[in-house]
Design a protein around this ligand. Sequence first.
Ligand code: FE2
Length: 427
Amino acid sequence: MFDLIVKGGTLPNESVTDIGIRDGKIAAIDDLSTAEAGEIIDATGDLVSPPFVDPHFHMDATLSYGIPRINASGTLLEGIGLWGELKHVMQAEEVKARALEYCDWAASMGLLAIRSHVDTCDDRLMGVEVLLEVRREVSDYIDLQLVAFPQDGLFRDPTAYENTIRALDMGVDVVGGIPHFERTMAEGARSVTTLCEVAAARGLMVDMHCDETDDPMSRHIETLAYETQRLGLQGRVAGSHLTSMHSMDNYYVSKLLPLMAEAQVAAIPNPLINIVLQGRHDTFPKRRGLTRVKEMQAMGIDVGWGQDCVLDPWYSLGTADMLDVAFMGLHVAQMTSPEEMRRAFEMVTEVNARIMGLKDYGLQVGSKASLVLLDAGNPIEALRLRPDRLCVIAKGKVIARKMRNDTSLSLPGRPASVRRRHPAHSR
Ligand code: FE2
């Protein structure tokens, strides 16, 4: 007897099976046609995926687009300046309301684990307090991991170090940083060393905004890989963005990537944001704003896709849909072979979960019963359509349902018909 059975779903590996759920966990993945359950959801051959995971987001800034004004130049630096105006006048209630609204969007899209940076360059630490509350309030359905992020520079901002330590003492999970925004390359490297030492002393993970610039001489990822090895942090460190790598000299990159692989440093590009923020100082040819995704993967480096921003000082769009993120990423990185597209889907599920260190994630017996039913037949079709999430299950409970969205066609000279969005499998 199960609490819930999801019948006849196509797993990401394209096998068709039933999933039995009991006490919030996956209790069986098998032919359960004779089993009983409190509820049976017929997947009719549609894709059943583990939930989407976003390893890079800013929940303290989300849904604030246009307050107090929009980013006219579209650059990272104007975005940071705009956020600097906003963060000192925001009230806790509005930040919390926006964060919770975003979590509702995420839940409806099957995005059930999020790593959010939270700005620690604010003596009030209001964003930290709010997001700790939000982490608690959404914990039945979203795993929210918080990164202490000294947005204005660990050394460039006079109280950033002290406030970052305070945030970690309050229960923030991960150590962040922004070495390319410190005053000099040397100060940036020193910030990487200092923050990695803080993480090592506290047994925490590290996730730094690293080299988010088109300057090929921004090489803080090298220091990050070095400190990871020196301090024994292998497998617990990620470099977010790494856009300078796009413009680096090829010879230098041929040395850098093996160093990252040895140190087991993961990479988190954010394709929606990188493609709009980077290259803004170029005329033509204009550089793509993305790091070397396939090249790092070929070296065995974990590369996930992050979303970074939705409706905030840096990005005027966004929907909490990690399939939008993967869709943009596979275009900009030219990951268009079937194998590469399947990998692009894994990057917003399995790989992101691994980078975040999520426990009990995935579709196997004993894991948390969190999964998403999509109106698509397989991962590649899901990327093509970015389809409706027909059902979202979090820790054994159905938290979102959506009706199938087929189109009724009434074309001149043709009988009325229904156009299904994905013809690749039959129900
Ligand atoms: Fe970011």
